[in-house]
Write a protein that binds this ligand. Structure first.
Ligand SMILES: [Zn+2]
Length: 364
């Protein structure tokens, strides 16, 4: 702490700001006590916690005292992301010093994340040699896969274990999205007012997805939209709806109106998924968006609204259970998924009968 105390009157004497001072070993950069004029001093020997200095980082970033215009634009910030291990130190001293100097809190929100552990759950540290360098991982799987993995791994604030296989899993989800987008892009972006029950069902689930994802984003909890999106993409959307709507989309023995309803619903689902995924996988969502839906970036768009009603959500369980039951029966009989099979459409699912018969090749 840069203070020299007068040996006669005890007054603390401070040097000019700017240099690094070591009062415990160096002579003072002045000759006389500012209070009594005495010339003998004893240097301060105590030091501050290093976080006391780190606490001014928001001011440094905002060029406080250097560029007033820049400072006014950038201070205070919206959010401070940081690890949970430095709440008592960095967060505390930052709030203390910045508020004392400027009279304002340096940020509105604090986003506190858990610690990255190695595969065995041990804390990563340089001395143990178990730190994972992220750069080769980006190069192998892509930055978006790494970001999606980080969002998928744990709920806000929990510690997480790094395992390469799980980054590969996130990459598979992005590859799945890519392949779905390629498939859907082979159909025109039609408008329709005549949705079929299967379309209304997936749009009800899409509304649920939007509602839950936006709740997660509102709390900066990226785990929520990431997991909800992944589950929707692989589950209700790809495994169930897409298979139900495929025959209609291809238009085999189907009315034009029913075909257009499938096209419209497929594109609505894809558009909405891209908008919801954009903050987490910014590159993949943007390139798909620009090649399908807009000249401008997906990042210039607003979040979607949960605008399709949720009336059909209660069909999700019986529908997915029926489909799984048929798949299981085909597997047990050694049939391929595209083979015909005799089966009864449950009475609660009569609404979806034509799509289900086409999907499973159940003769009527
Ligand atoms: Zn003095």
């Amino acid at each position: 702490i840069p203070i020299w105390y007068c040996k006669k009157c005890g007054a603390p004497n401070l040097p000019k700001p700017g240099r690094y001072y070591r009062p415990w070993r160096d002579p003072p950069p002045f000759n006389k006590c500012s209070k009594c004029g005495n010339g003998e001093f004893s240097g301060e020997t105590r030091i501050l916690d290093t976080w006391m200095d780190s606490g001014i980082s928001p001011l440094y970033n905002a060029r406080y005292g250097v560029n007033q215009r820049f400072y006014k634009k950038t201070y205070p910030a919206t959010i401070r992301p940081q690890g949970k291990d430095i709440v008592r130190t960095w967060l505390h001293y930052t709030l203390l010093r910045c508020t004392q100097l400027t009279g304002r809190s340096p940020f509105d929100h604090v986003w506190i994340m858990g610690m990255g552990m190695d595969e065995k759950g041990e804390r990563m540290s340089k001395s143990r040699g178990n730190v994972v360098d992220p750069k080769p991982v980006f190069e192998k799987y892509g930055a978006d896969a790494f970001r999606l993995w980080a969002a998928l791994e744990v709920n806000l604030g929990s510690d997480f274990r790094y395992a390469e296989a799980r980054v590969a899993g996130a990459r598979n989800t992005l590859t799945k999205l890519w392949n779905l987008a390629r498939f859907i892009s082979s159909f025109p972006q039609a408008r329709t007012t005549k949705l079929r029950p299967a379309d209304k069902w997936i749009l009800s689930e899409l509304s649920e997805l939007v509602r839950k994802s936006l709740n997660g984003y509102r709390e900066f909890n990226f785990f929520v939209p990431a997991t909800e999106l992944r589950d929707f993409l692989w589950g209700n959307f790809a495994s169930h709806y897409l298979e139900m709507a495929k025959t209609r989309a291809y238009g085999e023995g189907i009315s034009k109106a029913d075909q257009r309803a499938a096209w419209s619903t497929l594109h609505t689902c894809l558009r909405t998924m891209l908008l919801l995924l954009a903050p987490i996988a910014p590159h993949v969502s943007d390139i798909l968006w620009r090649s399908l839906y807009g000249k401008k970036s997906v990042h210039a768009e607003n979040f979607p609204k949960a605008q399709w009603g949720r009336r059909y959500v209660h069909y999700t369980k019986p529908l997915t259970e029926f489909n799984s039951g048929v798949w299981k029966a085909k597997k047990e009989k050694g049939l391929s998924l595209s083979s015909p099979i005799e089966s009864q459409i449950p009475s609660g699912l009569e609404l979806f009968a034509s799509d289900l018969r086409a999907m499973h090749r159940i003769p009527s």
